[in-house]
Design a protein around this ligand. Structure first.
Ligand SMILES: *Cc1c(COP(=O)(O)O)cnc(C)c1O
Length: 359
């Protein structure tokens, strides 16, 4: 069988590492940028009530019109922009790449960044050009524009704010990039609830700008629902790669229900922003760490050389799961990423972290 596998499965797929999600058990879970609060009982009951009307024997509305309208309103999509919904924004990344994929074509992104851009590109048989960020994880405009010139990418992905670094790229550089790049430029705003910066209102100013959003980081990671906005002529083509009925009856109903309570999630995002400031101060007080500023719901920090693994394991032993990025990409050596949790979770994290650094 192995011989057949080696012969039939493409070498670049065999070389891929599967996307690994560690088992959290009953640990304090600060590894995946989730909203830490579960729904209040009243909201949960109202949701169950709403689900009673689900026509589960029928196929869903293929373009999820009601949900599209709610998403447009909550995410402030410009009137004349088109919209596609995805089963998570991951699926939309896949659709964009599938619509462009051809041998020799290039997907470009600054790194370190969200690993799915590379993963999906490789699976689609495209080349992935990684442009290194500077030491403080900012964009080097010259290096970026030279790489775009050299590779002529069909599409450029920019996470804004960036994951796993947490920073926003310089908007002026992104505007230059939008006017110079011949290919599509996708601004991935997965962390929009935690920053004031956005390119959503600029759709239409450039013929190559697409904006990606998700409800995952605002508190609905379990739902799997993302939105792609951009010029209708582009979206009409990209939509052809979408499998029909990608948003289930249950997801459409639940999405509409949740977005009717959007202010509940907006308030939580505000609370997370103020908790982020406190957590940042708490981490900065630990003098052996380098802490990176964040506009997202997580904070990246660098531990003393060679200690990230021990610090990560020490936290885990104490029942706190964060993300170990050490060794994943060169620039992230000794780096750990913690998601902003509830005040109690953040305090527990800092309490456990402190003695781990001293020893
Ligand atoms: C988390 C994340 C996503 C994935 O969002 P889903 O909608 O849950 O698939 C996309 N882009 C970035 C930059 C992310 O960090």
């Amino acid at each position: 069988m192995q011989e057949k596998i080696n012969r039939l499965i493409r070498p670049e797929i065999r070389a891929l590492a599967a996307y690994h999600v560690p088992e959290a058990g009953d640990m304090i879970k600060l590894d995946a940028m989730e909203n830490p609060w579960s729904w209040p009982d009243a909201l949960r009951d109202a949701w169950m009530e709403a689900l009673k009307s689900a026509e589960i024997n029928r196929y869903p509305d293929p373009s999820a019109r009601a949900l599209q309208a709610d998403m447009r309103r909550v995410m402030q999509v410009p009137e004349d922009a088109g919209v596609i919904l995805g089963n998570g924004s991951d699926e939309l990344i896949q659709m964009i790449i599938q619509a462009l994929a051809a041998p020799g074509r290039v997907v470009l992104a600054p790194v370190p960044t969200f690993v799915m851009y590379r993963q999906v590109s490789v699976v689609a048989g495209m080349e992935f050009a990684a442009v290194p960020l500077q030491d403080d994880f900012s964009l080097d405009a010259e290096v970026l524009l030279a790489a775009v010139e050299a590779h002529k990418p069909a599409v450029i992905f920019l996470a804004y704010p960036n994951n796993p670094t947490g920073n926003l790229f310089d908007a002026a550089i992104l505007h230059t990039l939008l006017s110079r790049a011949d290919g599509l430029v996708v601004i991935d705003e997965a962390y929009a609830p935690f920053t004031d910066a956005s390119f959503m209102s600029r759709i239409g100013d450039y013929d190559n700008l697409l904006v990606l959003r998700t409800v995952s980081k605002m508190g609905l990671a379990g739902l799997r629902l993302g939105l792609l906005a951009g010029p209708p002529a582009w979206l009409e083509q990209i939509d052809k790669t979408r499998l029909p009925y990608n948003i289930s009856v249950v997801n459409q109903l639940t999405g509409c229900f949740a977005l009717q309570h959007a202010d509940h999630f907006m308030r939580q995002a505000q609370e997370i922003r103020s908790q982020r400031a406190q957590l940042y101060t708490g981490l900065q007080a630990l003098s052996s760490l380098t802490v990176y500023p964040s506009e997202a719901n997580f904070i990246l920090f660098r531990t003393p050389t060679g200690t990230a693994g021990d610090v990560f394991e020490g936290l885990k032993t104490a029942g706190i799961l964060i993300k170990n990025l050490d060794g994943t990409m060169g620039a992230l050596q000794d780096c750990l990423r913690v998601t902003v949790g509830t005040p109690a979770e953040n305090a527990a994290f800092l309490t456990v972290l402190k003695p781990l650094l001293a020893s």
